[in-house]
Design a protein around this ligand. Structure first.
Ligand code: PLP
Length: 284
């Protein structure tokens, strides 16, 4: 069944072919995107996603077609037209369509799309079981803080993980642990959380920010410092964060069991707090 699609000011469905072949998002990866979750027909952390979209567009010199309130009303209408209550919304803003050339005119009209999609969020058993990671080199560009649609290096890393029987790839660069191919990474050691600081090497994950806030609120100290590769051998617990996975325990890394096997205590506590926060935000 096709999904509800918003494009450039009108609603249609995803079975309509809407993009021109000379759209710069298609030819140059000249676009940014967002993914947010909705529960009970209501968006989760929408203002956070708007702010990150706005920052990313500014970083790559594309005019933001939305204000926080026009995005909120577009999303409200999109979800009103959506036949299911839980899922994700994918948003993409490209620089627009025009004759193919590296130089882009300053006044391009952005191509704006948003569509809702069903999504199987992890159930209680999966949240307890956790996931396996492999480590691999970070082959991405040098502005990973921009949620750009240039996801080739991420996709190749994820495929390597899948071929190795794992769920996610942990990206290593210059001796440091950056983040997952589609998630942020946290290590727990001696009751403290460690995660990469916000800079050009990682995406400022929305769930990452909430996890840090919840940890601080629960008096769990957080160190936003780059983790060295060698420290991966000395963790009590680990987890990843992302919109679709929430807080997800990592139980195995490159085939080695982390900590005392199974989901760690701090991870489980943050997971509970985060799930409550999401539901509170959606008002369900
Ligand atoms: N890092 C990367 C590279 C990602 O692609 C994602 C999500 O897609 C994240 C981190 C997590 O971000 P968020 O928590 O906003 O979903």
């Amino acid at each position: 069944m096709p999904d509800v699609l918003y494009i450039n000011g009108r609603f249609t469905t995803t079975d309509e072919r809407v993009l021109g072949v000379e759209d710069r998002g298609f030819q140059f990866g000249d676009a940014v995107y967002e993914v947010f979750k909705f529960l009970g027909g209501r968006p989760v952390f929408l203002p956070d996603h708007f702010r990150r979209l706005d920052r990313g567009l500014r970083d790559i010199d594309i005019r933001n077609p939305w204000t926080e309130s026009t995005l909120a009303s577009t999303v409200k209408e999109l979800l009103r037209r959506t036949a299911f209550d839980h899922g994700i919304v994918y948003i993409q803003v490209s620089r627009g369509e025009g004759e193919r050339a590296h130089f882009y005119p300053d006044d391009m009209k952005p191509t704006v799309i948003a569509y809702s999609r069903r999504f199987e969020f992890p159930d209680a058993a999966k949240k307890e079981r956790g996931i396996r990671l492999i480590t691999t080199g970070d082959q991405r560009w040098q502005l990973c803080c921009v949620k750009s649609v240039n996801l080739l290096a991420n996709a190749l890393a994820k495929k390597r993980a899948q071929r190795a029987g794992a769920d996610e790839a942990l990206l290593l660069d210059s001796g440091f642990v950056r983040e997952g191919a589609s998630s942020n990474f946290f290590a727990v050691r001696n009751g403290r959380l460690g995660t990469h600081p916000l800079d050009e090497h990682i995406l400022a994950g929305i769930v990452r920010a909430h996890a840090i806030g919840l940890a601080i609120g629960a008096k769990i100290p957080v160190d936003e410092l780059p983790l060295r590769e060698a420290e991966l051998f000395d963790m009590d617990e680990a987890f990843i964060t992302s919109t679709t996975q929430g807080i997800m325990p990592v139980t195995e890394l490159d085939g080695r069991i982390i900590g005392s096997s199974g989901r760690g205590e701090i991870t489980a506590r943050l997971q509970r707090l985060f799930d409550e926060e999401e539901r509170r935000d959606a008002g369900v």
